[in-house]
Design a protein around this ligand. Structure first.
Ligand code: G3H
Length: 539
C-alpha cells in the first residue's frame, strides 16, 4: 500500500489533519488455485465512502481498483476448490487436524503483520471509526485463535473410542467439500473470516466472494493466504454477485453456502443449486431487533445502551436496535434524553479522536433512509431531535422518529442506518404482538428491573428471538456465545465452537467388538496409517 497526500476540509467543518489517502497498488489481484492473478478484464474503481471539500468541490479519494471477474473466472475458482477437495481425497481434507491447525497458525502470524494497512483501509473503504476498525481486526485475530483452541478441545474429546452394545467406534467430524463464503460490507473482514476460517480449518476448500464494499482491505492478505495453504484451499474472488454467483451455484459443485446478508438474496441463492437439498447453508440474515423500555427502566443505564445499540457504526449492524418500544409513561423522557445523547455524538472522519458518527458505507444509502423518513413524516410521525435526518452527501445526522405506527415501513423494515423509530406502548401485549408478527427473530433488549414483569417477558421472548438481553444493547459478542436467529433472521448457529460443527459432519468408523477387529484397529493406530482413525492428543 502506498499513500498520496490530500489536504482536506470537509463540508461539515470537520478538522482536516491532512491524513494521507491509502492507495492500493495491485488491487485488481485475486487468488485462485494458489496463484495471485492479475485481472486484465473489467475493473472497478474503488472510491472511499469518505468525502472532502477540496478546491471548492466535493471529492472522494480513489483508493485503487478491484477486479470485476466474469463467470468463467469464478468457475475456475470452483474448479480449484474442487481439485483441492479431490472428491474428499485431497491433501487438505485428509490432513491431520494438527497439520491444518499449523497452517492456520502460520496464516494468523502473517495476518498480524499487515494489521496497520487493513485497519486503515477499513476506515477509508467503509467509514468505520479508527477504534472500531482496530477492534474489527483484533477481534478477528482473537476469533481465529479461539477457533484453534476450540478445535483442539473438540478433537481431544473425539480422540477416544466408544464401546456400545457390541460395537467399537471412533466418532469424529469430517468436512463437506467446496464451500462458498460471502461476508457482508459492514464487517468485511470479521464476518468474512468468521465463516472462512472455520470452513477451512475443518477441511473444506473455500471460494470467498468479497462483499460490495471493503474489497481492497483483503488485498494485503492475499500473499498470506497463498503462502499458508495448499493450492485451491482458499480462493478469493471479486465481482458482481448477480453475474458470478448464479453460475457457481448452478454448477452443483458447491456443497456448503455460508452467506451473511439479506434474506431475499439468500432465498434467491438457494434456488440456483440444482439439488437444493444437497446444499447445506449457514445464513446470518436481516434483523429488526427491538428494545423494550419498561416503566421502571433506569435511564442512566438505558439511554447509553440505546444510543450505542441504535447508532454503533451509524446503525449499520445486523444486531443494531432498530425499533424502540417505550412504555407511554416514559416516552417523553426517553425522547428528551436520547435526543440530548444523540445530538452530543461527535461526527467526523473515522480517525478524528472521539468521532462516533461517520459517512455511510454505501454512498446511496441516504436515498433509502430519507425515503423511510419522508414516508413516516407523511403519515404523522415527527423527527424529534434537532437536525435529525439532515443529509450531507452520504452522511446522515441520526433521526429519532416518533410516533411510529404499523402502517409505516419504518415499523417493519430493517433500516440499516441512523434512524431510531420509537413506538409507545400501553400494555406488553402490544410488544409481544409485534415480536410474534415480525418476520425477523434475532434479538431483543429489555430495560427494567421488576422480576415479576421480566420473568414472564423473558419466557415469552425466548420463543421469538434467539438472544434476550437484559439492560444491555443487542450484540453478537462475546464470539464464544451462540449467534443465530429465528424466522427470517438466520439458519444455523455461528459461535466459535458452533461454527466448527456447522462446517463439518459427524462421521464415525465402527466395527464389532470381535478380537480380530480390535486387533485390526490397534494395528492401524500403531502403524499410524490413518489420519482420521487416531488417538493422537492435541496439546
Ligand atoms: O452486523 C452484524 C454483526 O454480527 C454484529 O456484530 O453485535 O458485534 O456489532 P456486533
Amino acid at each position: 500500500m502506498t499513500t498520496q497526500n490530500v489536504s482536506s476540509v470537509d463540508p461539515l467543518n470537520w478538522q482536516s489533519d491532512g491524513r494521507p489517502v491509502p492507495e492500493v497498488k495491485g488491487g485488481n489481484r485475486y487468488l485462485i488455485n494458489g496463484e495471485i492473478r492479475e485481472w486484465s478484464g473489467q475493473t472497478n474503481e474503488v472510491q472511499s465512502c469518505l468525502f472532502f471539500n477540496w478546491n471548492s468541490g466535493i471529492v472522494r479519494p480513489t483508493l485503487g481498483s478491484a477486479p470485476v471477474l466474469d463467470a468463467n473466472e469464478a468457475l475456475d475458482a470452483l474448479k480449484a476448490a474442487q481439485s483441492a477437495w479431490d472428491n474428499g481425497q485431497g491433501k487438505w481434507p485428509t490432513m491431520t487436524v494438527s497439520e491444518r491447525i499449523s497452517a492456520v497458525q502460520d496464516f494468523v502470524a502473517r495476518m498480524k503483520a499487515v494489521r496497520e494497512s487493513v485497519v486503515e483501509l477499513i476506515m477509508w473503504e467503509i467509514g468505520k471509526t479508527q477504534p472500531d476498525a482496530a477492534k474489527e481486526f483484533d477481534r478477528t485475530v482473537q476469533y481465529i485463535e479461539d477457533t484453534i483452541d476450540a478445535l483442539k478441545d473438540l478433537d481431544r474429546k473425539n480422540s477416544g473410542f466408544s464401546v456400545e452394545k457390541g460395537f467399537l467406534a471412533q466418532i469424529r467430524r469430517s468436512p463437506f467439500g467446496p464451500t462458498l463464503c460471502m461476508g457482508p460490507y459492514n464487517y468485511p473482514l470479521n464476518e468474512t473470516f468468521t465463516t472462512l476460517i472455520p470452513a477451512i480449518i475443518m477441511g473444506n476448500p473455500v471460494i470467498s466472494k468479497l462483499p460490495r464494499y471493503g474489497q481492497l482491505l483483503n488485498t494485503p492478505l492475499l500473499e498470506a493466504f497463498r503462502d499458508s495453504f495448499p493450492a485451491g484451499v482458499v480462493n478469493i474472488i471479486n465481482g458482481k454477485g448477480n453475474e458470478i454467483i448464479p453460475p457457481l451455484l448452478q454448477d452443483g459443485g458447491v456443497e456448503l453456502l455460508a452467506f451473511i446478508g439479506s434474506s431475499k438474496t439468500a432465498d434467491q441463492l438457494k434456488t440456483y443449486h440444482p439439488k437444493p437439498h444437497r446444499l447445506k447453508s449457514i445464513l446470518s440474515l436481516d434483523a429488526k431487533n427491538l428494545a423494550v423500555v419498561l416503566p421502571d427502566a433506569d435511564m442512566k443505564v438505558t439511554i447509553p445502551q440505546l444510543t450505542a445499540g441504535t447508532l454503533g457504526f451509524n446503525g449499520q449492524r445486523c444486531t443494531a436496535l432498530k425499533i424502540l418500544f417505550v412504555h407511554k409513561s416514559r416516552v417523553d423522557e426517553v425522547i428528551d434524553e436520547l435526543s440530548k445523547a444523540v445530538n452530543a455524538m461527535p461526527a467526523g472522519h473515522p480517525w478524528k479522536p472521539g468521532a462516533q458518527l461517520t459517512p455511510l458505507a454505501d454512498i446511496n444509502a441516504t436515498t433509502w433512509l430519507r425515503g423511510l423518513l419522508d414516508e413516516a413524516i407523511s403519515m404523522g410521525a415527527k423527527i424529534m431531535n434537532e437536525g435529525g435526518g439532515e443529509v450531507i452527501e452520504n452522511f446522515m445526522k441520526p433521526a429519532i422518529v416518533y410516533p411510529v405506527t404499523p402502517q409505516m415501513r419504518l415499523h417493519e423494515v430493517e433500516q440499516f442506518g441512523p434512524i431510531i423509530p420509537i413506538r409507545a406502548y400501553d400494555d406488553l401485549s402490544e410488544v409481544m404482538d409485534y415480536a410474534v408478527e415480525t418476520q425477523f427473530g434475532q434479538q431483543v433488549s429489555l430495560f427494567g428491573y421488576d422480576p415479576k414483569v421480566l420473568g414472564p417477558l423473558i419466557d415469552a421472548m425466548v420463543n421469538q428471538v434467539s438472544r434476550v438481553n437484559i439492560n444491555v444493547q443487542c450484540q453478537r459478542g462475546p464470539d464464544t456465545f451462540p449467534f443465530t436467529g429465528r424466522k427470517a433472521s438466520a439458519e444455523g448457529t455461528l459461535s466459535v465452537a458452533d461454527a466448527l460443527k456447522r462446517f463439518s459432519i459427524r462421521t464415525l468408523v465402527a466395527t464389532d467388538y470381535s478380537e480380530a477387529n480390535r486387533a485390526l484397529i490397534n494395528d492401524i493406530l500403531a502403524a499410524r496409517s490413518s489420519n482420521f482413525l487416531t488417538t493422537d492428543f492435541l496439546f
